[in-house]
Design a binder for this molecule. Structure first.
Ligand code: PLP
Length: 418
């Protein structure tokens, strides 16, 4: 019963300093967010003690009556939120959700057609060193080098040529909406299953600012911790009863043992919050903020420095910055923004001339700042700070002071102590 600060002061300090870091920096990593205190409470609760292999009402352990309630709530809310007939809320993460999807709908050696990693796809969509690239035969589509958009005619051409068993639609770094109906049409034409990984844009879908893949895909996977802003974890949706059964057995016992019941309870809360008008309004601010950033980075001063925005804008929660013609590279830009207390990540652009640890791009996202309360005026200020930071010879101290004004005006987790 002794507190963490007494038992393990070194780790207590990590928690304290990390809280201060999150409070003092502007978080613009597109895949990150801030969970509400209600979610922190479940995740730091006694539910972490409970083993509950199996599914509600069909467990392999006694004493599951309370955690069953939590999981039933999470399932019902996920189904309601996304209009799906079946939901599995047990995946520990997005990557394990994706492993379970492939376990359920493909056999090793099958052909998968997905967006290549260096064009914005995810590791689990067929990267060589990932299980997906090792177990399956991967064919990748990319984005058009001129427009940075996925060319659906090219997707169809590859599908007809390679006859994949699974077509994957989804991304980690792509600034536009996907044409789910067209993906499904192509999947049907070659008798493939369509799997949509909505990990990044699930919150936008739940908030009504992005089309839903659920009516089009055979299977949809997602994380809960990106735009949704819930606990770090995953879930899987389908409208097909036979697929739902396969997915359940692929998650447990196929991929996982005991589910993380403290996380599942937190997922239930996150899904409840995602059905509120406040959540919808936050997703609207998220998308508007990204557009404000894209517009600022398209202005003359930035363009003159050889910097552009890929696909000339955004429909989602992130902006991809192209530094191929700029003096500054992805690593330098990331480091410079860190110096003024804005956190982003460098990101390769297609056919990037610089090595992967350097890159010629940045991925900048707005979900965490929207959660922090930022509206149009604050996003315009952040956009201007970022634009000026990327220009030659930035006034680092002045920009850091402007960031501090914003972080002080929008306190994060006020009163929280770890
Ligand atoms: N799918 C997509 C599209 C992602 O962007 C990510 C995370 O970046 C994942 C899956 C994996 O999620 P996790 O990091 O929780 O395993």
């Amino acid at each position: 019963s002794a507190p963490l600060a007494e038992v393990d002061p070194e780790i207590a300090q990590v928690l304290d300093r990390e809280l201060a870091r999150q409070q003092g920096y502007l978080e613009m990593i597109a895949s990150e967010n801030f969970v509400p205190v209600s979610v922190l409470q479940s995740q730091g609760s006694v539910l972490t003690n409970k083993y509950a292999e199996g599914y509600p009402g069909r467990r392999y352990y006694g004493g599951c009556e309370e955690v069953d309630v939590a999981e039933e709530l999470a399932i019902a809310r996920a189904k309601d939120l996304f209009g799906a007939a079946y939901a599995n809320v047990q995946p520990h993460s997005g990557a394990t959700a994706n492993a379970a999807v492939l376990h359920a709908i493909a056999r090793p050696g099958d052909t998968l057609l997905g967006l290549s990693l260096d064009h914005g796809g995810h590791l689990t969509h067929g990267m060589k060193a990932n299980f997906s690239g090792r177990l399956y035969d991967i064919v990748a589509y990319g984005v058009d080098p001129e427009t940075s958009l996925i060319d659906m005619d090219e997707v169809r051409r590859l599908a007809l040529e390679h006859r994949p068993q699974v077509i994957i639609a989804g991304w980690s770094a792509y600034p536009r909406q996907l044409d789910f109906a067209r993906f499904r049409e192509i999947a049907d034409e070659v008798d493939a299953l369509l799997w949509v990984d909505m990990a990044h844009f699930a919150g936008l879908v739940a908030g009504g600012v992005h089309p839903s893949p659920v009516p089009h895909a055979h299977v949809v996977s997602s994380t809960v911790h990106k735009t949704i802003g819930g606990p770090r974890s995953g879930f899987i949706l389908t409208n097909d009863e036979a697929l739902a059964r396969k997915i359940n057995s692929a998650v447990f016992p196929g991929q996982q043992g005991g589910p993380l019941m403290h996380v599942i309870a937190a997922k239930a809360t996150a899904f409840k919050l995602a059905a509120t008008p406040e959540f919808r309004e936050r997703q609207q601010r998220t998308v508007r903020g990204a557009k404000i950033l894209a517009d600022r980075l398209a202005q003359r001063d930035v363009a003159d420095a050889g910097i552009s925005v890929r696909s000339a804008g955004t429909d989602v929660h992130l902006v991809l910055v192209d530094l191929r013609n700029a003096v500054i590279d992805g690593k330098q830009a990331e480091d410079l923004l860190h110096e003024i207390q804005i956190t982003v990540n460098r990101n390769a652009v297609p056919n990037d001339p610089r090595p992967p640890m350097v890159t010629s791009g940045l991925r900048i996202g707005t979900p965490a700042l929207a959660t922090r309360g930022f509206g149009d005026a604050e996003f315009a200020e952040v956009a201007d700070i970022i634009a000026l930071a990327l220009l030659p010879e930035p006034d680092v101290d002045a920009l850091r002071a402007r960031v501090a004004t914003l972080t002080e005006a929008f306190p994060l987790y006020p009163g929280l102590s770890q």
